[in-house]
Design a binder for this molecule. Structure first.
Ligand code: CP
Length: 354
């Protein structure tokens, strides 16, 4: 795999002015809607290849390429798996966190991004507490930007690793995915849908592969409009289904999980509730995934959770650690998926801009 010549890297230190619509860089992954279904299929195939490739060979794919991880919010799974994935491909990584950088002194996202670029970063993996931050960073730097979670908006690599987990259990052996791959599969996403970027990315991805998605939660955390088509996405990028058909609201938790082959539990995002008062005991009574509920309503469904889990709130410890849980498998799948996404970022057009 060719590396970017030093002269080209220097040229990239000064980004050209924006002249094209989003996304600027074909290696960026800002939303799952950046990916066509064949592109999703290709990433899944690459994840499978890279996961089993000889580490010595794999190490040459992005040898000495420079990737910056820019994290404005805490993270365990996403940050670690992106770092391991990048290093497994031979890239050099550097972590910049809001707690140990000039961001603390008030430096803007744009200036931080331009600084990383001037230091030689060829791609930036961004987690930010503001929805849309990844778009702003891409516009400012014109580097490939990977959205590692932006506010309450999207977490595209989480949706991809969730898809890989679902396929491994419900469609084992399927190497290529298409619009019908998940026909007949119902996935319940339960809990704090309103604040969940994981829910949003999964809602924008799973129905495009034929899955039916049931959203379940109280009105405060699941407004009726959640089942409607996502505004702001150009029709040509919506695909056959995007947030419309294929997504329904089912307020009764037991009814939802009874119909499902996969149950995705979400934590209450205390950091984003902004004054919203929730009676946690009432919430648990209605929506906690307990061993009793699982055994009586969905004894064969897989139980997913993006993490971090709050044991004893949205899910009991027995279910989280039980035989139906895929929680740690999802974490493991994160490394393979992120290898494929990082490879795409740095090998699509090789970072050389028009
Ligand atoms: N699923 C997820 O994004 O976890 P982290 O916040 O630990 O990265």
């Amino acid at each position: 795999m060719a590396t970017t010549p030093i002269a080209a890297r220097r040229k990239l230190a000064t980004p050209p002015p924006p002249s094209s619509p989003f996304p600027y860089h074909p290696g960026s992954l800002l939303s799952v809607m950046d990916l066509t279904v064949p592109a999703v299929s290709h990433l899944l195939e690459r994840a499978a290849v890279l996961e089993h490739q000889d580490p010595v060979v794999r190490d040459r794919i992005l040898q000495k390429r420079r990737i910056a991880l820019l994290f404005y919010e805490s993270s365990t799974r996403t940050r670690t798996s992106f770092e391991l994935a990048s290093k497994a491909l031979g890239a050099d990584t550097t972590l910049v966190s809001n707690l140990s950088s000039s961001i603390e002194k008030g430096e803007s996202l744009k200036d931080t991004g331009l600084t990383l670029r001037a230091l030689g970063a060829e791609a930036i993996i961004l987690r930010h507490n503001s929805s849309g931050a990844a778009w702003l960073l891409e516009e400012a730097t014109r580097l490939p930007v990977i959205n590692a979670g932006d506010g309450m908006h999207e977490h595209p690599t989480q949706a991809l690793l969730d898809l890989r987990t679902i396929l491994a259990h419900l469609r084992p052996g399927v190497a290529e995915v298409g619009p019908e791959t998940l026909s007949g599969v119902t996935v319940t996403i339960a809990g704090d849908i309103l604040h969940s970027r994981v829910a949003r990315s999964n809602m924008l991805l799973l129905p495009r592969l034929g899955a039916r998605v049931l959203l379940c939660g109280p009105k405060e955390l699941l407004p009726e409009m959640a089942a409607k088509s996502s505004p702001g996405i150009p029709p040509q990028r919506q695909g056959p289904v995007a947030g419309g058909p294929g997504i329904e609201i089912e307020r009764n938790f037991e009814s939802a999980i009874r119909q499902s082959q996969a149950i995705m539990m979400l934590r209450i995002q205390a950091e984003r509730l902004a004054g919203l008062q929730l009676d946690l005991e009432e919430y648990k009574a209605a929506y906690q995934l307990t061993g009793q509920r699982l055994a009586s309503q969905a004894p064969t469904a897989i139980v997913m959770h993006p993490g971090p889990i709050i044991r004893g709130l949205e899910i009991t410890a027995g279910v989280a650690d039980g035989p139906q849980s895929t929680i740690l498998e999802q974490v493991t799948n994160g490394v393979a998926i992120r290898m494929a996404v990082v490879e795409r970022a740095l090998t699509t057009a090789e970072g050389l801009l028009p």
